[in-house]
Ligand binder design. Structure first.
Ligand SMILES: NC(=O)c1ccc[n+]([C@@H]2O[C@H](COP(=O)([O-])OP(=O)(O)OC[C@H]3O[C@@H](n4cnc5c(N)ncnc54)[C@H](O)[C@@H]3O)[C@@H](O)[C@H]2O)c1
Length: 262
């Protein structure tokens, strides 16, 4: 277990905070007593709308997480007032299915992996210098298991999990706590178009963003690395680890059943 995170009085940044899971995280962090939550999103209008709805302790910022200079400028601006205690690297993108185009690979790599590298380079040294800090990476159960629909999504989310683990190991002694959020299906704009054969359905019923936020607050309070808002994800991961060939056969059968039923 890591060091527990407490919310009252804290300064928190949530990327992709305008909508879905990020918005629910921001709302819940404020309810837990955070002093300030910065909602940083490529969708600047959405960020402004969400911040206005969440009240005066929420602030909006237009940010492209793939732009290192913009991330540096945001850190600088926020820390002029107070140090950032928790950075939630939550922004994410869905691409089309299949093996994907080069553009899909490029975008998902930059948003799901490289964006977290920017934060590690730019914010962690500041946190280390002042004795510690917390980083939350929103990966996905697709990064622990696999998403049968989209190769770029699945592979880059595996990259996000691997990077989160690397950071958690390498920076622990310097006071850095890392948590990695790995939900199965969640009802957000990202999954709104999912039809009956969407591979995410293999994980069972979708849950609400507020359920995810509750799991995150619980896990950060316990200083836990892996956050699985769907309990079945833990069982699936254990099955995968204990017998990979059996797990792959099960996935092939389950995917075929899904396609046949659709
Ligand atoms: N919805 C699910 O079923 C599910 C499951 C597992 C993991 N996730 C992950 O959860 C995270 C949040 O997704 P969501 O479901 O809330 O989707 P969402 O589409 O509701 O929210 C994603 C947000 O990220 C923002 N964004 C996209 N690219 C950005 C960029 N370059 N810079 C800054 N912001 C950017 C979008 O504007 C949007 O507000 C993502 O990382 C996603 O991959 C979602």
């Amino acid at each position: 277990m890591g060091r527990p995170f407490t919310f009252p009085g804290r300064t928190i940044v949530v990327t992709g905070g305008a909508n879905g899971i990020g918005r629910a995280l921001a709302e819940r962090f404020l309810a837990e007593g955070a002093a300030r939550v910065v909602i940083a999103d490529l969708d600047g209008q959405g960020a402004a709308r969400t911040a206005a709805e969440l009240g005066e302790r929420a602030r909006a910022h237009t940010l492209d997480v793939t732009d290192a200079a913009a991330v540096a400028a945001l850190i600088e601006e926020v820390e002029r007032d107070a140090p950032i205690d928790l950075w939630c690297s939550n922004a994410g993108v869905a691409t089309g299915g299949g093996l994907g185009s080069d553009a899909d690979w490029d975008l998902t790599w930059r948003v799901h992996v490289q964006a977290h590298v920017h934060v590690a380079r730019l914010l962690l040294p500041r946190m280390i210098e002042r004795g510690g800090g917390h980083l939350l990476v929103t990966a996905s159960a697709a990064g622990l298991l696999t998403n049968v629909d989209s190769a770029p999504y699945s592979v880059t989310k595996h990259g996000a999990v691997a990077l989160a683990e690397w950071l958690a190991i390498r920076h622990w002694d310097e006071g850095i706590d890392v948590s990695c959020l790995c939900p199965l299906g969640v009802n957000t704009a990202m999954t709104a178009g999912d039809g009956p054969t969407a591979a995410t359905r293999l994980g069972g019923d979708y849950i609400e963003p507020a359920d995810v936020a509750r799991s995150v607050v619980e896990a950060l309070g316990e200083g836990r690395f892996l956050i699985l808002p769907h309990p079945q994800a833990a069982v699936m991961e254990q099955r995968r680890a204990s017998d990979r060939d059996r797990w792959l056969s099960g996935m092939r059968r389950a995917h075929k059943r899904l396609l046949d039923a659709g």
